[in-house]
Ligand binder design. Structure first.
Ligand code: IMP
Ligand code: MG
Length: 184
């Protein structure tokens, strides 16, 4: 990787997780999922857009005939009350019933997004249901969630970008995880 690239020089205050460590950790998670889901009917449901980069590396580390689908959770703000409403992005999500589902998310922060997505999936009666997150912030959650079985990295309670995680839709393409300068 070019260490003199503009993003790393000017926009990132600190690198938290290097690319080589991400690759290694995702291969480990993939091996674990391969063992856990042997003989099962695995459907991975990825929350757009943040988890697509994690998903695309994770599925290639899993040696099973799995399927994946996408779910969009849109956060609408109405006054001071945020309203979360799911927008289903794929027809294959109709087939959750009876499947062995892993929800794939980029980052666990307050837990609100995952709590909502977990409730939405659980209502569709999967045969089994677990959650995988690329990063989990070390903090008190404001929402009750089923704890993710698969966690890539635990990160400090700071705003992080890269590897799918964005700031105002930018920096998702950064192949590492870093803390953005001047944001907190
Ligand atoms: P939660 O609902 O508070 O758990 O936040 C989860 C969502 O907020 C994630 O899907 C991310 O899109 C976004 N988010 C939370 N923390 C960060 C961060 O540090 N960087 C980038 N996005 C974040
Ligand atoms: Mg997101």
């Amino acid at each position: 990787m070019n260490k003199k690239s503009g993003i790393l020089t000017y926009d990132i205050e600190k690198v938290l997780v290097e690319e080589k460590d991400i690759i290694k950790r995702i291969k480990d998670l993939g091996r674990q999922i391969t063992e856990d889901y042997a003989g099962k009917d695995l459907l991975m449901v990825s929350l757009l857009k943040g988890s697509v980069i994690f998903l695309s590396d994770l599925v290639r580390s899993i040696d099973l005939p799995l399927e994946f689908a996408f779910l969009t959770i849109t956060n609408y703000s109405r006054g001071t009350k945020p309203l979360i409403r799911p927008k289903v992005g794929e027809r294959s999500l109709d087939d959750i019933e009876g499947r062995d589902v892993i929800l794939v998310e980029d980052i666990l922060d307050t837990g609100n997004t995952i709590a909502y997505a977990q409730q939405w999936i659980a209502r569709k009666n999967p045969a089994s249901f677990e959650t995988a997150v690329f990063c989990s912030k070390k903090k008190q959650r404001s929402s009750e969630i089923r704890e993710p079985k698969y966690v890539g990295f635990t990160v400090p309670d700071r705003f992080v970008v890269g590897y799918g995680l964005d700031y105002a839709e930018k920096y998702r393409n950064l192949p590492l995880v870093g803390i953005l300068r001047d944001v907190q």
